[in-house]
Each structure stands twice: as structure tokens, then as C-alpha cells.
Ligand binder design. Structure first.
Ligand code: 0A1
Ligand code: ZN
Length: 878
């Protein structure tokens, strides 16, 4: 906690470490009032370092130092310096053993970084800089050590003692205590260290690897969750097989463990051999978790597993390279999810997240490149830009190289850098070396922030049967970056003939190859492409399958959008055409109470609802209107209230006009038992619940009884929560209250379901007014120490309930600011993340931006602001 300005860390100041650690021998004595950590490190000077003779400096945070021994001799107090964040030993030999004993208090650790307690168990979170909260260490990813960890604890309270690698010893101790020793043969950075101690039950399975080794798979959970592990276990086995088949990557230890914990700042963590998960990202059964949770769990289990190679075997040299592991691993998990389900739907979901939230980040005060050049607090850089834009950057390399050369590149990368801590540049070089392609201009994607804008113009010449397409790119200024260079952009396109078929694409001077989707490579500020042999004016289908993370401007008419919606062979662009049409229709209503909803949107929706032959998963996506957040992102100085009401009107008009079709859709979409998470069944449930929610939105009495019936008799949470959400957002006050009460009574013992219950209410325009949200914070099930509860109420209110959060009196902003100030002392990571909605204040119309700015200033003026919140607030107000 501080009052002075935190230091900025620059990539340009990177230096190799002065000291390396070969072995870390740790012994943890765990007690109820604290833990004693004995650390014995084999350290030597780094032959590649410049500062020979420099003092030894080890990072620390909130540690009570008890003793320091160097090569067996206890150091006197004047032989070292215990600064609050650094242990300095000025005079050390070239190679030595350093023994340090520290005392820490996991039971009082509310920041959830380092070693802490969650529901009575001990667990750790060390990425990015949590290991220094456990013991003094060169806590940077380019220092890789072999770890041996002995854990000692009371046997009755903590029968299960886990760490990375393989168990090599165990036994009984005095006073009812016991110990287990773990050894990890793979050198790793400290951020991948993990320890767990608790009364957990173990769910087992095995996996036979491609070389025939049998891996012991274990999921550890609290006994009450023993029936929620099957889906994660299946997902894990599918991930292991997929990584062998798709990337040739085999698992390397004999055991792979997953532990579920309730209190966790993020989703999950890829610690070597011992992944730790937020309960909400691993535990599921159909009765209590939704389809969305099932899909999220499969993706996150895969993500953490894939890190074993992209992150652990090959890790990051420094935290500026974070996207090296995160962008690549998100790319791998999104390929996996596409293979397990519907590739088009997955692409739509990824693009929606990117275009709604990452584009907003990239246009705001925290905009940063995929490889940032500086930071104050690294926890603030686990962003959509690092993860999702980083994924898109890797995807573009895949598109440019094609699948075979990309695989050659990834093989080379893993082989060349196994056991090393490397940079994004090393990744790109491996791709270049394996493919023979020059990606030097492509590297700008890692260096320049901001979302490129493509402006497309065309003209058709009937006489010569040529179609000319001009594509200009520009990249907006972002904090600290102006006058950007053009980037290398793979731009996939197709042209549709009047009958709706794809036209073979031949560029002037080429022989026809009959290809109907081409990936054009944009490298200049502007390009003109001339297509020959085009018999009539085509309709362009641009950026097919979202081939690059860019905005595209082209003046499609509404009729052309309707045409693309029904004819484009590219599923993504069929969906995108529908989104563009809906955005235009909603925009047209904004602020014009008397304007009519364009009947073409109603007819397009009717066609979709009636189209039983179409891929229902795509239909379900196409029927979803753009969210308020996306509409706001697209707008200049948006007025949130106006956007909200315009969108609401469109929903009402659609629901009223399509009542019969919606009822029919509801009756028709009945997935068979047993519950399965196939794309077909997910689409079915999604269409059904959408129909229900639209009908309840207009207060349809017939739909009310359907909703009540579904709520009562649902055998899965997707349908039960779907009915509850529809009731909550309906005008039926008495039924809404009864359903909320009944739901809580049924599920109050399951924290994950209670979180859904909180967020349905906090995100609702009907039940999520500020006084009601404040009441949720007083509820017996709310807990300020649990990040999931905070996210489910405060996060849902500020992130999804835009009409109440952006109340024009500013009460929503003041509420969020007060919450951030309160959390800043106990959990700065969560406090900083909650601040995101306020940071975009400059974007909004003045009635909003003034209040948002004032709220940010009230956070800025708090005494002793954490480094996390300091960075976000100061950069946003700068
Ligand atoms: N590396 C993990 C996510 C993670 C990141 C940061 C954390 O603390 C600041 C914790 C977890 C992943 O990508 O899944
Ligand atoms: Zn990750």
C-alpha cells in the first residue's frame, strides 16, 4: 500500500538475471496461525550476466524473515538487508547455498496471491508475482529451478498434501502431523509453483499417451462437490488426446492433478502438474450448471492443460512476453473448442468478445500492444488484448502459413525452445524459419496498439466485366503511440453473384483457379484489387470468418445485408450481416420515439425462425440481437439510456410480430433426454429460452404458464435458469418474486448456483436497480472475501446492467467507486478489475462522462491506494 507513485517497468530495460537457481528445496510447516517456510536454494552467478560481483537480490512481499544462512553459516543482521520488497545480500561467492526461513500468515491473506486459505484448505496462486509472498526468491520467469517440496500439516485437518511433480516420500510426524514430499523433475519458473493442503476427495481416471505411458489423472474437490467432476475429467482426456493429434504434444509427468477452490481471483492456473481452478471453472453437473458453464469448463480445462507445453515447457522470458503463452494457448483452446463443437459458432463467440470488449479496451486509456512496452503492475495486464487479440495474432499466422506450415512452425518452436524462457519474437522466428515466409512487417501486430480500420470502396465496370475493390487501412492513435505504420493483414473475401452463389475469384493477370474465398494480404496503406470475368455487380462478403481483428467499413445497403444473411457461404458473415442490419435498425430508432422498426428485420427474423433446414446453432446465434455493450462500443459519444430503450423497443416489436413463430419454436425445440452438450442440443435450448424470454418480455400470458411449467419441471440448469431469467425480466411481479424465492430455497447450499441467482438479479433491468443491488450485498449468501460473489453482484451490475449502472444521476458510478475503494485494501487485483467500466469515461456523452470521471477521482484520492488500482485510475484520468 502506498501514497507515492509506483515505479514503471520497461521492456527496454530488460537484463538477464545476475543469479540463477538450480534447485529450490522447500519445507512448509502449516499451522492454523501461520506457516513457516524453509527455503534452501542452490544459487550461482549467471555467466551471461554483466554485473559480475553484484549483490544478491531476492524479491519478497509481506514476509517476516526469521533467519538467513549462507553455505551453512547464519548471517548476522548487518550481513544482509531486509527491505520490505527485497532481501539483499551484498557479498556472496559465485556459487552457494542460501537457506532462508520466513513466517507468513495464509489465514489473513485476503489478496489471494501467494499462499492463502480458501474454505479451510491451503492453496497457492503464484502467477505473476505471488511466489514472493511465500519466500524470498528471484521471482521472475527467466529463473528456472528444479523444485523439491516437503509439506507438513495436521493429518486430520489436512489429509491431502499436494505440490508439483511426483510424490517421493511421506510419513507420520509427532502431534498428529504428517508430511509428503514432492519432486518436480522439470525446471520451472516460480510462478508455476503450487501447493495444496486440505480435506479433499479424489476422483481418478487414467490416460494412455501416444507413446503408451499410463498417466494417473486426479481431480481433488471438497466432498460436497464429489458429483461435479465428471465433465472436467472427460474434457481433460479429450484435451490430452487432441494435443497429441493436432500438435504432437504428449504429457510428460506421471500424474496430472486438478484442484477446485472457491476463492480464486481468476479462472484457473496452469501450475506444473497441479492445475488450480476456480470452482466455477471446473465443477458441473447438468442439474446445477448451464450449457454455458459446461462449454466454459471444457475450454478452460483444455487451456490449462495446453499450457503444459505452451507456457510451461516453453515459458516467457519476462512478463512483457505474456501473450507468448496466453495468445498461443487461447488459439490452441479455441481450435480445440471448434473441433469439439460448431466451428462457426465458436468463431462468432470469439469475435463477439473481441469486438465488444477488446476493441473497447484498445480504444481506451489502458490500450496496449500485444507485447506491452511498460507496466506498473503486471496483474493489470492479464487483459483481453494479451489473451484474445494475442489469439487473433497467432490465428493470422496460421491463416498466412496454412495448417501444415503452421504445424511445422510449432514443432520447431517447441523443439528449439524446450526448457527455455523466450520471447514472442522467438515464436515468430520459428514460424518464419519453418515456412520460409518473411513476417517482419507482421511483427507490428505485437508492437502497435489499436484496432486497425479497413475502409473498403468498390466499383464495377460492366463493359470490361471487372470489379475493383480498394481497401485502405488506418490505425488509430493510442496512449503513447501515434503515426502508426500499416500492418500485414490477411483479408479473406468472397463475391456473391445475383443468384446467391460464390463467384470464382480471378485477379487481373492471373489464370482462373476456381477459388471462391481468397485471402488477400494487405501490407500498404491502400490496395486496389481488380477481379476479372465478373458478369454482373457482385455483393462483397468481406473479412470472411473474421480473418483479422479489424473493423470493416463498407456501405452495404439493407437489402444487400438481407441477401448476405440468406446466401453467404461463409457462416460467420451470414451472422455478421444480420448483426449489421440489426445495429442499423436499432440506431435508427435511437432518440426517435416515433420511428418505425424496419419491417425487413422482422421478416429476416421470421425467415430464420421458420427455417428448419438451417444449422440451428447458427440460427440461434443469428436471432440474438447485438448487446447493449456492443452498440455502445460502436457508437460515438453514446447515450446509454437511449440505446437501451431503442433496443428494448426492437425486442418488443419482434416478439409481438413473431408471437406465433416463437410459440411454435418453443414447442418444437425440445432436446431429447439425457442431457447432452452437443451443438444441436445447446442450440435447441438456447432457441427455446430465447423464445420464452422474448414472449415474457411483452407480458404474454400464455408464455407465462410455459415459463412457470419449465421452471418447476426443468431437469437441467440451462432450462431452469432460462425460465427464471425470463420471469425476472418480465412484468409479472408476483411470479418473479416467487420464482426467485423458490430458486434460492432449492439451491442455497450450492455456492455456484447462488452466484447465478445473484447475477440474474444484478444484471436485470427489472430487478437490478441500485437499491436492490445494495440489498443483495446484505444477503446472507454474499461474502466480500469471495471474488465470485463480488463478480456475480457488482461485476454483473456494472458490466451488464447498463441502464442502471449508467443512471444519469451518477449513483451507479459512485456505488462502483465506493466498492473499489473498499476492496482496494483487501483484494487489489479484484478492485482494479472492477474499475474497468469507469475507465472508458471519455467515450460517453457528457451527461455520463462527468459522473464517471468524478467517481474515478474519488478512487484516486483514497489514501494508500494499491499499485494495481493506482495504475488503472491514473492512466484513465491522464
Ligand atoms: N495463467 C492463467 C491465468 C492467471 C493469470 C493471472 C493470475 O494472477 C494474476 C492467475 C491466473 C491462465 O491463463 O489460465
Ligand atoms: Zn492461460
Amino acid at each position: 500500500m502506498r501514497t507515492s507513485q509506483p515505479k514503471t517497468i520497461y521492456l527496454s530495460e530488460y537484463r538477464v538475471p545476475d543469479f540463477l537457481v538450480d534447485h529450490a528445496d522447500l519445507r512448509f510447516e502449516l499451522f492454523e496461525d501461520g506457516a513457516r517456510v524453509h527455503s534452501s536454494l542452490s544459487i550461482r552467478r549467471n555467466p551471461e550476466a554483466h554485473g559480475q560481483g553484484s549483490p544478491l537480490e531476492l524479491n519478497g512481499d509481506s514476509l517476516q524473515l526469521q533467519s538467513v544462512h549462507l553455505d551453512g553459516r547464519e548471517l548476522a543482521k548487518d550481513e544482509y538487508e531486509d527491505r520490505s520488497d527485497l532481501l539483499v545480500v551484498p557479498s556472496v561467492p559465485d556459487a552457494f547455498e542460501l537457506r532462508v526461513v520466513t513466517w507468513i500468515e495464509p489465514q489473513n491473506n485476503t489478496r489471494l496471491e501467494g499462499l492463502y486459505k480458501s474454505s479451510g484448505m491451503f492453496c497457492t496462486q503464484c502467477e505473476a508475482e505471488g511466489f514472493r509472498c511465500i519466500t524470498f526468491f528471484p521471482d521472475r520467469p527467466d529463473v528456472m529451478a528444479r523444485f523439491r517440496t516437503r509439506i507438513e500439516a495436521d493429518k486430520a485437518a489436512y489429509p491431502v498434501l499436494l505440490s508439483n511433480g511426483n510424490p517421493v516420500d511421506s510419513g507420520e510426524l509427532d502431534n498428529g502431523r504428517h508430511f509428503v514430499t514432492w519432486e518436480d523433475p522439470f525446471p520451472k519458473p516460480s510462478y508455476l509453483f503450487a501447493l495444496v493442503a486440505g480435506a479433499l476427495v479424489e476422483k481418478n481416471d487414467t490416460f494412455r499417451t501416444m507413446s503408451g505411458r499410463e498417466i494417473d489423472l486426479r481431480i481433488y474437490v471438497e466432498p460436497r462437490n464429489a458429483d461435479k467432476t465428471a465433465h472436467a475429467m472427460d474434457s481433460l482426456k479429450r484435451s490430452m488426446r487432441w494435443d497429441e493429434e493436432t500438435y504432437g504434444r504428449e504429457y510428460d509427468l506421471d500424474i496430472f492433478m486438478i484442484v477446485a477452490v472457491d476463492d480464486f481471483n481468476m479462472g484457473a492456473m496452469e501450475n506444473k502438474g497441479l492445475n488450480i481452478f476456480n470452482s466455477s471453472c471446473v465443477l458441473a453437473r447438468p442439474e446445477s450448471e448451464t450449457d454455458m458453464a459446461f462449454q466454459r469448463i471444457e475450454a478452460i480445462v483444455a487451456h490449462e492443460y495446453f499450457h503444459n507445453w505452451s507456457g510451461n515447457r516453453v515459458t516467457c522470458r519476462d512478463w512483457f512476453q505474456l501473450s507468448l503463452k496466453e495468445g498461443f494457448t487461447v488459439f490452441r483452446d479455441s481450435q480445440f473448442s471448434a473441433d469439439m463443437g460448431s466451428p462457426t459458432v465458436k468463431r462468432i463467440e470469439d469475435a463477439t468478445l473481441l469486438r465488444t470488449a477488446q476493441f473497447a479496451e484498445d480504444a481506451g486509456p489502458m490500450a496496449h500492444p500485444v507485447r506491452p512496452a511498460s507496466y506498473m503492475e503486471i496483474s493489470n495486464f492479464y487483459t483481453l488484448t494479451i489473451y484474445e487479440k494475442g489469439n487473433e495474432v497467432v490465428r493470422m499466422i496460421h491463416t498466412l502459413l496454412g495448417p501444415e506450415l503452421f504445424r511445422k512452425g510449432s514443432d520447431l518452436y517447441f523443439e528449439r525452445h524446450d526448457g527455455q524462457a523466450v520471447t514472442t519474437d522467438d515464436f515468430v522466428r520459428a514460424m518464419e524459419d519453418a515456412s520460409g515466409r518473411d513476417l517482419s512487417q507482421f511483427r507490428l501486430w505485437y508492437e502497435q496498439a489499436g484496432t486497425p480500420v479497413l475502409t473498403v470502396e468498390d466499383d464495377y465496370d460492366e463493359a470490361s466485366q471487372t470489379y475493383r475493390l480498394t481497401v485502405a487501412q488506418s490505425i488509430p492513435d493510442t496512449p503513447g503511440q501515434t503515426g502508426k505504420k500499416p500492418q500485414h493483414i490477411p483479408f479473406a473475401l468472397g463475391l456473391l453473384a445475383a443468384n446467391g452463389t460464390d463467384i470464382p475469384l480471378t485477379l487481373a493477370g492471373e489464370h482462373s483457379a476456381g477459388v471462391t474465398t481468397r485471402v488477400l494480404e494487405l501490407t500498404e496503406k491502400s490496395h486496389t484489387f481488380e477481379f476479372t470475368g465478373i458478369a454482373s455487380r457482385p455483393v462483397p462478403s468481406l473479412l470472411r470468418n473474421f480473418s483479422a481483428p479489424v473493423r470493416v467499413n463498407y456501405p452495404w445497403t439493407r437489402d444487400q445485408l438481407m441477401f448476405l444473411m440468406s446466401h453467404d457461404s461463409d457462416g460467420f458473415n451470414r451472422w455478421d450481416a444480420g448483426q449489421r442490419l440489426a445495429v442499423e435498425v436499432i440506431r435508427e430508432l435511437s432518440g426517435h420515439a416515433e420511428a418505425e422498426v424496419d419491417p425487413r428485420l422482422v421478416e429476416a427474423s421470421r425467415t430464420l425462425l421458420n427455417d428448419r433446414d438451417a444449422d440451428q446453432a447458427l440460427v440461434a446465434k443469428m436471432l440474438q440481437l447485438p448487446t447493449e455493450a456492443y452498440l455502445i462500443e460502436l457508437a460515438d459519444k453514446p447515450d446509454v439510456q437511449i440505446i437501451h430503450h431503442a433496443r428494448e423497443r426492437v425486442v418488443k416489436v419482434l416478439a409481438t410480430a413473431l408471437r406465433e413463430e416463437l410459440l411454435d419454436c418453443y414447442r418444437r425445440q425440445q432436446p431429447a433426454e439425457p442431457y447432452q452438450v452437443t451443438p444441436e442440443d445447446v442450440a435447441s435450448r438456447s432457441l427455446r429460452n430465447m423464445a420464452l424470454s422474448w414472449l415474457l418480455h411483452i407480458g404474454d400470458e400464455g408464455a407465462l404458464s410455459l415459463a412457470l411449467g419449465q421452471f418447476e419441471s426443468a431437469t437441467n440448469m440451462t432450462d431452469q435458469a432460462g425460465a427464471l431469467r425470463a420471469l425476472v425480466n418480465s412484468p409479472f411481479e408476483a411470479e418473479r418474486g416467487r420464482a426467485l424465492e423458490a430458486f434460492y430455497q432449492r439451491w442455497h447450499q450450492d455456492p455456484q448456483v447462488v452466484e447465478q441467482w445473484f447475477s440474474i438479479q444484478a444484471a436485470s433491468p427489472v430487478t437490478g436497480d441500485l437499491p436492490s443491488v445494495r440489498r443483495l450485498l446484505e444477503h446472507e449468501a454474499f461474502d466480500w472475501k469471495n471474488p465470485n460473489k463480488i463478480r456475480s453482484v457488482v461485476g454483473a451490475f456494472a458490466g451488464q446492467n447498463l441502464v442502471h449502472f449508467h443512471d444519469q444521476e451518477g449513483s451507479g458510478y459512485r456505488f462502483l467507486a465506493d466498492t473499489i475503494r473498499r476492496l482496494d485494501d483487501s483484494n487489489p487485483q479484484i478492485a482494479a478489475r472492477l474499475a474497468a467500466p469507469l475507465t472508458r469515461w471519455r467515450k460517453f456523452a457528457p451527461v455520463y462522462s462527468e459522473g464517471m470521471r468524478k467517481a474515478l477521482e474519488s478512487v484516486r484520492d483514497k489514501d494508500g491506494l494499491s499499485r494495481d488500482v493506482y495504475e488503472i485510475v491514473h492512466k484513465s484520468l491522464a
